[in-house]
Design a protein around this ligand. Structure first.
Ligand SMILES: *Cc1c(COP(=O)(O)O)cnc(C)c1O
Length: 404
């Protein structure tokens, strides 16, 4: 049977302790025991179904983790307080002083800053590569390399990583392939393509309501247990723990993710085609003109589409700012970072989410000044939205009236 991540979420059945259709929220940081012996066993991790302290685990967090593991097709998962909390604990768990990471050069600004500026303080070095060129990735591997790190669809340039090719490289060199799948939940299932660890910032599409930050690490039981180990587990000792109330609320939002992703993808595809027809430089993996289109197509779970992220280049930062301000004034979306909201969000990555990347490196990776990153919303009538956006583009001189 074809792999259907949304069906695996559908098939989960959780009840509250009084038969509620939603699981009860665990409103406790600590748990009582009838016997001291069980407390000891729980601390050692040997008492199935018992809880000790909510930084270790809590029922609400486990429910959400298991739902996300079902979605990604991994054995289990560990939720965290943020995407960065998930990313940093995975990398610090997998690497020690003297180790080396091969990382895509177009990753989330926070991930880039962590690997470039923070991890070297602990003797962990990173080589940044063009992830769309598996040969370059292979060449960057050193004897001390432990991890290949990438995003399935990268922020903000929407480059698509060939996860099967990367998986082949990591097998040859006995490395771990860690994939941040934040931009393409449901559409791409990295673990089915060979990733060892799949990470999400739940802050974005998965929660989808821009009311919280959150993260998850999906992987094998062995690896998640290592992360949670009380003696040397990064997720345990660095303490990026999600609160139970947030876990419960994200779980409820997860249940509509498939419907939302289909609408985000449908709307983004519509706009991408229109913008491209209008002669605007448009980056969207669903377009045949996109360098990663075929790679995405070959990896994707078709029914969810190519995702809700698209970028356009309007030539200069001034024009980009003018257009974004006008679109916000016309209530077409918000000038805001982040993604996955019901409303369209837009920002200029060079001066916001990717500002951690030095200017000369931004230029080298094709991150131009006039780039606007859109997270396309759930608009009911996207044709109407397009007409209104076009008016804004004409008004600020991004499109000329002749063309329109
Ligand atoms: C937002 C984001 C992160 C960081 O997640 P937080 O929840 O903000 O910590 C990591 N990776 C990608 C691709 C993101 O978009």
């Amino acid at each position: 049977m074809k792999y259907k991540p949304a069906d695996r979420i559908q098939d989960l059945q959780y009840f509250g302790e009084f038969g509620g259709v939603n699981p009860s929220i665990s409103d406790s940081s600590t748990y009582t025991f009838l016997s001291a012996k069980t407390m000891f066993d729980t601390f050692e991790g040997n008492a199935e179904g018992c809880y000790l302290y909510s930084r270790h685990s809590s029922p609400s967090n486990l429910y959400l983790g298991e739902a996300l593991a079902a979605m990604e097709g991994t054995e289990t998962a560990n939720v965290s307080a943020s995407g960065m909390g998930a990313i940093t604990s995975v990398l610090l768990q997998l690497c020690k002083a003297g180790d080396h990471i091969v990382c895509s050069r177009t990753v989330y600004g926070g991930t880039y800053a962590f690997l470039k500026n923070f991890a070297p303080k602990f003797g962990i070095q990173t080589t940044f590569v063009d992830i769309t060129k598996p040969l370059c990735v292979n060449k960057a591997v050193q004897p001390n390399t432990k991890v290949i790190y990438c995003e399935s669809v990268s922020n903000p340039l929407l480059e698509v990583a060939d996860l099967e090719a990367l998986s082949h490289i990591k097998k040859v060199h006995h490395l771990k392939l860690v994939v941040d799948n934040t931009f393409s939940p449901l559409s791409i299932s990295p673990s089915k393509l060979g990733a060892d660890v799949v990470i999400h910032s739940l802050t974005k599409f998965i929660n989808g309501s821009s009311d919280t930050v959150g993260g998850v690490v999906c992987g094998t039981k062995d690896f998640i247990n290592e992360l949670r180990n009380v003696n040397d587990g990064a997720a345990m000792l660095l303490g990026p723990t999600m609160d139970s109330f947030r876990a419960a609320s994200i779980l409820k939002n997860l249940r509509t993710l498939h419907i939302r992703m289909k609408q985000h993808s449908h709307n983004a595809m519509f706009l991408a085609h229109k913008f491209q027809e209008d002669g605007i430089t448009t980056v969207y993996p669903g377009l045949k003109s996109h360098a990663g289109h075929e790679t995405f197509r070959k990896m994707m779970n078709e029914s969810y589409g190519f995702g809700g992220m698209l970028s356009i280049d309007v030539g200069s930062l001034e024009k980009a700012n003018e257009l974004m301000e006008l679109m916000q004034e016309k209530n077409l979306g918000y000038l805001a970072v982040s993604l996955g909201f019901y409303k369209t969000l837009f920002s200029a990555p060079g001066t916001s989410t990717s500002s951690e990347i030095p200017e000369e490196e931004q230029i080298e990776m094709g991150l131009s000044d006039g780039l606007i990153r859109f997270s396309i919303g759930l608009d009911n009538d996207i044709a109407r939205t397009y007409e209104m956006m076009k008016e804004c583009m004409i008004k600020v001189g991004v499109l000329d009236t002749e063309l329109a």
